[in-house]
Design a binder for this molecule. Structure first.
Ligand SMILES: [Zn+2]
Length: 256
């Protein structure tokens, strides 16, 4: 099995941290670059999905770690995960946990996967932020939820955004800009490059970064990892470039 896994280089110093932004996964007996299905959104056989998870965890060396995901709906609900039994945590686009030997994960193909860690308390969160979730402020909502659930200080959080569609490839219409501007008018200015007919190029990672700074996370603790997904379809799924094909997993948690 071949797994492309990006990690945040300076997170190496956090003892016990497990994380990764995965790209395309290829496995024996499958055509190269076929989607390695980890969710049943496309009516995939549940037994195949279950066996794929086993194969992936084995390939990652995380056989003893639970990886919990959710049914994502492009909203801003953040779920608290206290234990893992291999099932979906529920419906939501963010998951947070303080449980040991458990990772929370999100699936994305252009949308921004965002991982949060609080190294002293060993707390983690994973978020899926497309334009709708970003418009709904899921990044700030996650910081607020972690504060409420665990009493964390936003200044102690380290955050990384993974491979996602870049402003090079992400043109959106004025209706998208208007929906974002409804909540983030000033913030959008730093992440929007107008071109023609009211359309423009949207920089989703930068918009989330601005929201994270607004939530009190120090800029030096926010990282962007990996390329634009649409520019790198050999390595990453891109919905914009390929249509409905597959998603890559990003995950984070603590071993104790
Ligand atoms: Zn691009």
């Amino acid at each position: 099995m071949k797994i492309l896994r990006l990690e945040v280089p300076h997170w190496e110093r956090f003892d016990g941290l497990i994380h990764g932004f995965l790209g395309r996964v290829s496995s024996q007996g499958r055509p190269s670059n076929a989607a390695f299905r980890l969710s049943s959104d496309n009516d995939d056989d549940a037994a195949v999905v279950k066996s794929n998870w086993c194969e992936l965890k084995l390939g990652l060396g995380l056989r003893d770690i639970s990886i919990i995901t959710a049914r994502q709906v492009h909203g801003n609900t953040v779920l608290k995960v206290s234990r893992g039994d291999g099932k979906l945590a529920g419906v939501g686009d963010g998951l947070m946990t303080d449980a040991p030997n458990l990772c929370v994960g999100v699936m994305a193909a252009d949308c921004v996967p965002i991982l949060f860690v609080e190294p002293a308390r060993k707390i983690a969160a994973a978020v899926h932020a497309g334009w709708r979730g970003t418009a709904a402020g899921i990044a700030q909502r996650t910081v607020a939820s972690m504060k409420e659930a665990y009493g964390i200080d936003p200044a102690a959080l380290h955050v990384a955004m993974g491979p996602s569609i870049g402003p090079c490839c992400y043109e959106v219409g004025p209706e998208v800009a208007a929906q974002i501007a409804a909540n983030w008018k000033e913030e959008l200015k730093g992440a929007w490059r107008p071109n023609h007919e009211g359309k423009g190029r949207l920089d989703l990672r930068t918009l989330n970064e601005i929201q994270l700074l607004g939530a009190g996370i120090p800029g030096a603790q926010i990282s962007k990892i990996g390329p634009c997904t649409a520019c790198s379809v050999a390595d990453f799924f891109s919905y914009r470039k390929e249509g409905k094909s597959g998603h890559q997993l990003s995950f984070v948690g603590w071993r104790r």
